[in-house]
Write a protein that binds this ligand. Structure first.
Ligand code: ZN
Length: 614
């Protein structure tokens, strides 16, 4: 239906350009919208208190709900009527924490996600998407977006300084006032903050934003600062845990991580003090601060596999040829996430380390439940595409919220009413009531009985239009994301120019290899035949590592350089933990073959390396 037209329109854009499409499409939508859409016979779920209202008629006109009633509604000429007897109607879902991609719209809409809040993206690009969607010539959910990440300047020499404008460094109160006001005037729906902001700077950002009724959301350093300045929403459990740390556990986690040259994905959530935590939560609840636990971020633990999430994603991303427009590296990224804890493969962790990772996940569930039990409001937004798959990821997150012990009602509220409240949009979206925007989802099962029924979608209605629920292989987003690279967001892509030597023998160990190229960062890893080596960084064009004896088997082995995923990266100890919650995909270099020969063969230094001057 409408969505199909939109996608066709988007596909045509490259040929005929936006203005013509916009007017033709706009006219057609107006025509469609002139009649009413009438849904008859379903049970409407009131997300405010979980009341079930059976046998209701829901009427939508243009982009508004105009009646929700058990009284008879007479048919009118031009009505589009749907018999949804025996089904359930919930509000269109709201994903209040994602990082949008150009391929996202059908995945979101077909999973009933009709509104989203983007919390960090290429600013001009996300704004262009929002404008195009609003004007009706790019398909998509209602797209609310944020400022670039406001943060304090990183230490000199940080790779973050080199990257495109996803970050806005704000180090003084004056800049805070000016920048916050400017972005609000530009139409942002939230201000996104990071933990390196000075307290007085953060306070000014919140003051200016609240004056305009714009919520401040993000990575607060800890619960105290969030409560002191009056933040609206806390992303991730880290900040809450940071205010309730058990020093003995902190020591244990630090020791465990110190034994690893890269990163083990344990955060402050692993070392939480359960005695202190209730007081910290009470402080946040009293200030009406909402919590976004992003439980999907822990997806490397076996729990996710037991729940079948990877198979669900596989079915969608790999077995559905109609989604072939999603670039392969994005699809692979989702599966890679399942295998990794930080930059390490789950199976490479020893039992002790695995147990710690599981403990951290169990802590995350327990903290979420405690927050809800003490009267706090949880809102959903699983941080896709960083750690999940658009659309389905929101349903998986709701399921995890129920696993943590939340009621099915609270889980449903987290992706409807409470997400709307965080956005200060509860008068427009998030419930099925008269005067709300015309976004609803029809389900064949009751989600309050089993939260998995949110996936049992029979119809998605977005802006008063019934979507066709299909994926359209011809879809192309008219705005490609202006990334210089094909994968990754924030870090340069590494490239290997040469390696020295380019052949080794089985007895070369420990064999030191020098890699010359570009795009290397202090956290680059040399990967030899599938194994990450302890890598030394000498500059953006120069890395070295020793190849251990057990890897020196006769044959040709591929070497790549990986600039890793920093979602849980630690560069220089626990302090830096979240400074790098930025890059969401590792960047992998070209692969460079190295030959390993039997003992005795002569090994040469690469000729260019011999002549190379540092
Ligand atoms: Zn995020």
């Amino acid at each position: 239906m409408a969505i199909q037209n939109w996608f066709t329109a988007a596909a045509l854009l490259l040929i005929i350009g936006p203005p013509g499409v916009a007017s033709a499409e706009g006219a057609e939508r107006d025509q469609n919208a002139s009649g009413r859409l009438v849904l008859r016979g379903a049970t409407v779920i009131d997300v405010r208190d979980g009341t079930l209202r059976p046998n209701m008629v829901v009427v939508m006109e243009r982009d508004r709900i105009t009646a929700v009633t058990s009284d008879p509604v007479a048919a009118e000429p031009g009505d589009r009527s749907l018999d949804v007897t025996g089904k359930y109607i919930i509000p269109g879902l709201i994903d209040a924490h994602l990082h949008y991609e150009g391929y996202a719209p059908e995945l979101l809409l077909n999973h009933g996600v009709t509104s989203v809040l983007d919390l960090g993206n290429d600013y001009e690009w996300i704004k262009a998407q929002a404008e195009g969607i609003r004007a009706g010539w790019i398909p998509g959910p209602r797209l609310f977006f944020s400022t670039p990440h406001f943060d304090g300047s990183p230490p000199a020499g940080s790779p973050l300084l080199l990257q495109r404008g996803h970050k806005h460094f704000v180090d003084d109160v004056e800049t805070a006032r000016e920048a916050t006001a400017r972005y609000i005037a530009d139409g942002v729906s939230s201000v996104k903050i990071y933990e390196k902001l000075k307290p007085e700077v953060l306070a000014e950002i919140v003051r200016v934003a609240e004056e305009a009724n714009v919520p401040v959301i993000g990575h607060f350093r800890d619960a105290e600062i969030a409560a002191a300045v009056g933040g609206a929403g806390i992303e991730h459990l880290r900040a809450v845990a940071a205010s309730a740390q058990d020093p003995e556990l902190v020591k244990q986690v630090r020791e465990l991580k110190a034994g690893r040259p890269g990163s083990l994905g344990l955060t402050t959530v692993a070392s939480v003090d359960w005695e202190k935590l209730p007081g910290v939560i009470d402080m946040l609840v009293e200030k009406n601060i909402y919590l976004n636990p992003t439980l999907m971020g822990y997806r490397s633990v076996p729990h996710f596999k037991e729940k079948g999430f990877p198979y669900e994603d596989f079915e969608l991303l790999m077995n559905n040829w109609r989604l072939r427009y999603i670039p392969l590296q994005y699809r692979l990224h989702i599966f890679k996430e399942y295998q990794e804890q930080g930059v390490w493969h789950w199976d490479d962790l020893d039992e002790h380390e695995q147990q710690w990772a599981i403990t951290q996940f169990e802590n995350a569930l327990r903290m979420t439940k405690m927050f809800a039990d003490r009267g706090g409001k949880i809102y959903a937004g699983p941080d896709c595409a960083a750690t999940c798959n658009f659309g389905i990821g929101l349903h998986q997150e709701m399921e995890l919220l129920v696993d943590s012990g939340l009621s099915t009602l609270h889980a449903l509220q987290s992706a409807t009413l409470y997400s709307a409240e965080v956005l200060r949009m509860e008068d427009e979206i998030g419930s099925v009531e008269v005067n709300m925007l015309a976004d609803v989802v029809v389900l064949s099962g009751n989600p309050l009985e089993d939260i998995r029924n949110t996936r049992a979608i029979t119809h998605v209605i977005s802006r008063g239009q019934v979507l066709d629920g299909e994926y359209h292989p011809e879809f192309r987003n008219p705005y490609a994301k202006p990334e210089p690279e094909t994968s990754g967001h924030y870090f340069p892509s590494p490239r290997i120019s040469w390696m020295s030597p380019e052949a080794l023998t089985t007895e070369s160990a420990p064999a030191r290899v020098t890699i010359r190229g570009s795009g290397f960062i202090p956290y680059s890893l040399i990967n030899f035949g599938g194994r990450n080596l302890k890598t030394q960084y000498f500059g953006p064009t120069h890395l070295e590592a020793d190849v251990p004896a057990e890897l020196l088997r006769i044959g040709t082995h591929n070497v790549v350089v990986e600039n890793p995923d920093f979602a849980f990266g630690t560069a220089d100890g626990a302090e830096a933990e979240d400074l790098f919650h930025l890059g969401v995909r590792p960047r992998i270099s070209n692969s460079f073959p190295i030959i390993v020969k039997p003992p005795g063969a002569p090994i040469f230094t690469h000729p260019n390396e011999a002549a190379h001057v540092n």
